[in-house]
Write a protein that binds this ligand. Sequence first.
Ligand SMILES: Nc1nc2c(ncn2[C@@H]2O[C@H](COP(=O)(O)OP(=O)(O)OP(=O)(O)O)[C@@H](O)[C@H]2O)c(=O)[nH]1
Ligand SMILES: [Mg+2]
Length: 396
Amino acid sequence: MSQTQVVIAIAVVIALAGIALLVGLQRGRGRRGKTLPPQSQQQPRSWAGRGSESDAQESPAGPGSGSTVTTLEPEALETPPAAPSIERPESATGRLQRLRARLARSNTVLGKGLLSLLSSGWLDEQAWEDVEDTLLSSDLGVEATKELVDSLRTRVTVEGARDEETVRGWLRADLLKLVDLSMDRSVASSRVEGRPAVVMVVGVNGTGKTTTVGKLARVLVAQDKDVVLGAADTFRAAAADQLQTWGERVGVPTIRSDRDGADPASVAFDAVRAAVEMEADVVIIDTAGRLHNKVGLMDELSKVKRVVEKQSPIDEVLLVLDATTGQNGLRQAEVFGEVVNVTGIVLTKLDGTAKGGIVVAVQRRLGVPVKLVGLGEGPDDLAPFDPEAFVDALIS
Ligand SMILES: Nc1nc2c(ncn2[C@@H]2O[C@H](COP(=O)(O)OP(=O)(O)OP(=O)(O)O)[C@@H](O)[C@H]2O)c(=O)[nH]1
Ligand SMILES: [Mg+2]
C-alpha cells in the first residue's frame, strides 16, 4: 500500500467514526426529549390523538404551583404500544363471589359465636353479657350493640323460640337494619353534564389509599370506563411511581409531577384538566396520607379541594379507613368529614379481622355510607359494599 493510500484509508476511517458519533448523539438527544420512561408508552384506551402540547408543559394551575406534569406526548401516542401487555381486571361477579367467601372466613368468630350463644338454651344475664361482649369486640359500637341486644332480648322473651334458624333470621333482620339498606352506595364514575366525574381519595397514613385508587381503576376499567389517575401525593416520588404502576397495568394514564414536594393542589388541578381534555369518564385523585390532628396537613387537603373546585365540582370524596384500627378510625373519620365533605367510606383490610362491626359504627358516626371494601392485597381484592352479602357472611 502506498503512502497516499494509507492516508486515504485513515481519512475514511476517521470520517466514518465521526458520522457514527453524530448519529449516536442525535438519537440520545431524541430520547432525553421524552417525558415518560419507555414502559409508559403503552397506549391508553381512549387517548389516541387527544394529547396536546400543553400536556407536558409547566402547569399554570394552582397558586404556588410550578409542578411539571408528566404525561404522554403526541409523539408517544403514535408509537405502537411497548412490550408490557395490558391486564384484563376481574369482572364484578367473579370478584364478589370470591370476596364474599373471604369475608365469611374472617368473621366466622363473630357470627358463629353469636349464634351459638343465642341458641344455647336458657339465656341468663351472663349469657346476654357474652352476646354484648361479642358484638362490642366486633367494633359495632356501644349504641348499636345496645339496640341489637335490646331487640333480641325482646324477641326471645315474647316469642320464646330459640332454634338456630329462627335466631339467625332475627339477627339477620336486625343487622340489616343497622347496616341500613337505604343508603346510596354507588361511586361516582360516569361523566356528569359533559365533564368527567371527579373522585378524591383521602385518609391517614398507610390505610390503603393508593392501593384503593389502583384497585378502583381496575374495577372501572372492567366496566369499560375511561379513567385518569392524579398523583397528588407529592411527598415522595415513590408514591407517584406506585400509582403509575397500578395505572400502567390496565392502560390508564397517570398525571404526576416529576418533583418531590410539588404543590399537590396543582397536580390535582392538572389531573382534572387533563381528564377534561381527554374526555375521560372519571378522574381519581390520590392524596398523601395525613394525620387528622395535624392542622397544617389538613389545611393543605382543603386547599387541594378548593383548587380542584375552581375547575370542576368534586363528585366524590372517599375516606379510606383501615378496619383493623377499629374505634380509632372513627375520630379520623369525623375530622376528615369536617375538612373535606366526605361522601363515602372505603374500609380496607376487612380480610383478616373479625371487626366487621366497624361498618355500622362508622356509618352512624359520619352519616356517610361504606361504599367499598378492601378484602386483600391482590389487585382485584376490592368490592362494592353489599349490605346483604355482608350480613350473610357474618352469620352464615
Ligand atoms: N390485607 C390487606 N391489605 C391491604 C388492603 N388494602 C391495602 N392493603 C395494604 O396496605 C398497605 C398500605 O397500602 P397503601 O395503598 O400504600 O396505603 P396508603 O394509604 O396509600 O399509604 P400512604 O400513601 O403512605 O399514606 C399495602 O401493603 C397494601 O397492600 C386490604 O384490603 N387488605
Ligand atoms: Mg399512598
